[in-house]
Design a binder for this molecule. Structure first.
Ligand code: ADP
Ligand code: ADP
Ligand code: MG
Length: 678
């Protein structure tokens, strides 16, 4: 990648975090720019901070106090001597005021002019612009009169089902589908409430609900010299709660003539508002009878780089951030429309920290393990976090984007499914297995996608979790014992006192006739494994029968286990009272039922009892100064809708209770500290 023809700026501040900040830094650096990151207190050791040439703190973790603070970001820009700002996506990227003050401060804003952002910022205004530019819109009402009676009458005129949308909406919020007139008033009230709290604007518009909607969007690019092109389409129909899950290019079934029509319409919409830089024009296509001869309808324009831009990069071989920077520097678009052609097929999957079995509830926690498959043909991984990082409740729970490119759609889907199946994440729930199943689903492979896809195939995509197999339970048991042995050895080596009760390994003493049990919780059920220490190994009595095994941890953190003579090397993470392991294309997250058995698994926690998971303290059963027996209940924690009693790992004296009843605690937080032994 070459530098700029005539440099207009040399230091770029990235006003964002996570994967997109990392991705922008990569290209900026390749073009010879100095890069400046900004970060909140929660992101002090985040990847984007480490990656940039220099970084400045802009405030506490909540976005309103950091990543949305225009003054703090401008101050960082000034301190760093930045002369350009890239807003990424989300946060301030579609804030016209931010773009404007950047300009006033002499900073080049890598994005469209403030007026273009403003014009497309509200969905009603955007639809009026589209109509003027001759771009078809979804039939509906986008007038100023917001009287509920008027809106209800408009809905009746449009014909049910209808979709109520917040005029200021984004991210699928403030949107309600209404199937019958009787439900309209309630849906309107709730859409308004959500819109008011999310956007501070409760105005809505109403659209006909397109029967079998496909979301097809066009990537556009315009420069300051009057040139504009489109970089083809992306299909983002696979959604949940109106949010994209899988994105691909080209759109399945797309024809050359429809592509040309949609491309021209998107470029016309952009030119109608004097657009410059990267943008995306979103359309809904009615897929009821296939898309070839169907109509398409403008729904909105996103005036920024999109999360899913890598699929466009994969099929065009272009770097869209490079184009953004060139255009911002005043250069003309690098290519004309007739020099652009798509090649192959690309699919992106958004790997989220969330629990598909719990309605895709966002998950938080420490990424105790995070490994992506090694470089494979056509595979790209854009991540903003690394192993050991925390997925906090403050920001979007996206862990990474995986993008696969192939000669055709089948190859791209196969490569992506393969990559997801070999992605190792432990510590937080993810949608990895769900995405893998989705990418292998026959209807998906046939290209039969629309926005109802996930709901329609729910049974296939979200099978009820099967109970853990005996092999999985045996592996978990071996992992716990191997970890306990390693921890005890390390602690004994540190203290020089191999007889300290904190180092009691409680098992794994070869040739001793000890027997103990571990109980794991998975879902709502408990599974016990009794362990007999037999000659040179262990006999593991699982619910379905007994297995013989030994195991140790390899240097890369994997567990090397021999079970009934078969050698298995698998990713396992043991800690904080749980065992996460991947085996046979399945991820298991097993909780140890007895925290006393779990207590000595974690290094650095000797002398205290830590919360095995995030939760709320609902009972404290001891006081400072109390002498306790091994196994005595200390604290009751409520987490994951269950109560967990945390017990003393050994006898000792309580030094301090660090939390009170009602306190919310993080995973790993020390709850009770023991007095040092004499
Ligand atoms: P849309 O669905 O409107 O097309 P995109 O899916 O392209 O929008 O991306 C915007 C979304 O990305 C925002 O709604 C927000 O949830 C999420 N987001 C914003 N900032 C970040 C960030 N720094 N890292 C990860 N995700 C983000
Ligand atoms: P947002 O700003 O939240 O991204 P959009 O207007 O882009 O809002 O709509 C989000 C999603 O809702 C679309 O991707 C599509 O799946 C669905 N959708 C939007 N408009 C319609 C419609 N008229 N009929 C059916 N589905 C729609
Ligand atoms: Mg949208």
């Amino acid at each position: 990648m070459s530098g700029f023809a005539a440099p207009m700026f040399s230091t770029l501040l990235i006003a964002n975090r996570g994967e997109i900040a990392c991705r922008v830094i990569r290209t900026a650096r390749a073009m010879g720019l100095r890069t400046v990151a900004v970060y909140s207190d929660a992101d002090e050791s985040a990847r984007h901070v480490a990656l940039a040439d220099i970084a400045y703190r802009i405030g506490p973790a909540p976005v309103a106090e950091s990543y949305l603070r225009i003054d703090a970001i401008l101050e960082a820009a000034q301190r760093a001597g930045a002369d350009a700002v890239h807003p990424g996506y989300g946060f301030l990227s579609e804030n016209a005021n931010f773009a404007e003050v950047c300009g006033l401060e002499g900073l080049t804003f890598v994005g469209p002019p403030p007026d273009a952002i403003r014009l497309m910022g509200l969905k009603d205004a955007a639809k009026r612009i589209a109509v003027e530019a001759g771009v078809p819109i979804v039939p509906g009402y986008h007038g100023d009169d917001q009287d509920p009676e008027v809106l209800a009458a408009e809905a009746a005129g449009i014909g049910y089902p209808v979709l109520i949308k917040a005029v200021a909406g984004g991210g699928g919020r403030g949107m309600r589908r209404v199937d019958a007139p009787d439900d309209f008033a309630a849906a309107l009230a709730s859409a308004r409430r959500e819109a008011q709290s999310a956007f501070g604007d409760d105005r809505v518009l109403i659209e006909r609900y397109v029967a079998r909607p496909r979301h097809i969007e066009i990537q556009v690019f315009a420069d300051a010299h009057g040139n504009a092109v489109h970089l083809f389409e992306r299909d983002c129909s696979v959604q949940r709660r109106h949010q994209k899950v899988i994105e691909e290019a080209p759109a399945p079934g797309m024809t050359a003539s429809l592509r040309a029509k949609m491309g021209a319409a998107a470029v016309a919409a952009a030119q109608a508002i004097g657009y410059c830089n990267a943008g995306t024009v979103e359309f809904i296509v009615d897929a009821e009878r296939g898309i070839a001869d169907q109509q398409f309808f403008f729904i909105e324009m996103n005036t920024r780089l999109q999360v899913e831009h890598p699929v466009t990069e994969a099929i065009t071989g272009l770097d869209l951030v490079e184009w953004q920077l060139r255009v911002a520097a005043g250069e003309p678009l690098p290519l004309r429309q007739d020099q652009l052609a798509p090649s192959g097929h690309a699919i992106e999957a958004r790997l989220y920290a969330e629990d598909p079995d719990a309605g895709f509830l966002p998950a938080t926690g420490t990424l105790r393990r995070l490994r992506f498959p090694p470089d494979a043909p056509g595979l790209r991984v854009d991540a903003g976090v690394a192993e050991g990082d925390v997925v906090s409740p403050f920001y979007d729970p996206m862990i990474a984007k995986l993008i696969a490119h192939g000669a055709d759609r089948a190859e791209a889907a196969r490569r992506l499914a393969e990559a997801l199946a070999h992605t190792e994440v432990a510590g937080v729930a993810t949608n990895a297995a769900f995405l893998t199943r989705l990418l292998r689903q026959p209807d998906f492979l046939a290209g039969a996608v629309d926005t109802g896809f996930i709901e329609r195939h729910g049974a296939d995509l979200l099978p009820p979790p099967a109970p853990p197999s005996d092999t999985a339970l045996a592996l978990a048991t071996l992992a716990v014992l191997a970890q306990r042995r390693d921890t005890a050895r390390a602690a004994a080596a540190r203290s020089g006192d191999p007889y300290s009760p904190w180092h009691d390994t409680g098992g794994w003493r070869l040739n001793q006739d000890l027997s103990e049990s571990l109980t794991f919780i998975a879902g709502d059920a408990r599974y016990g494994v009794r362990i007999d220490h037999a000659d040179g190994g262990l006999r593991l009595h699982c619910p379905g029968g007994a297995l013989s095994g030994v195991a140790h941890f390899a240097a890369d953190g994997r567990l090397v286990a021999t079970l009934d003579g078969a050698r298995l090397t698998i990713p396992v993470v043991v800690g904080a009272g749980r065992v996460a392991l991947s085996f046979d294309d399945r991820a298991y997250d097993l909780m140890l039922d007895d925290p006393a058995a779990a207590a000595d698994l974690d290094e650095g926690h000797a002398g205290s009892v830590a919360a095995p998971m995030p939760g709320k303290v609902i009972q404290v059963l001891v006081e400072p100064g109390a002498a306790v027996e091994k196994g005595q209940p200390l604290v009751v924690l409520e987490a994951m809708k269950m109560e967990h009693t945390l017990r003393a790992p050994a006898e000792g004296v309580i030094a301090e209770i660090l939390y009170a009843v009602g306190d919310q605690v993080e995973e790993g937080a020390a709850l009770v500290a023991f007095a040092e032994e004499e």
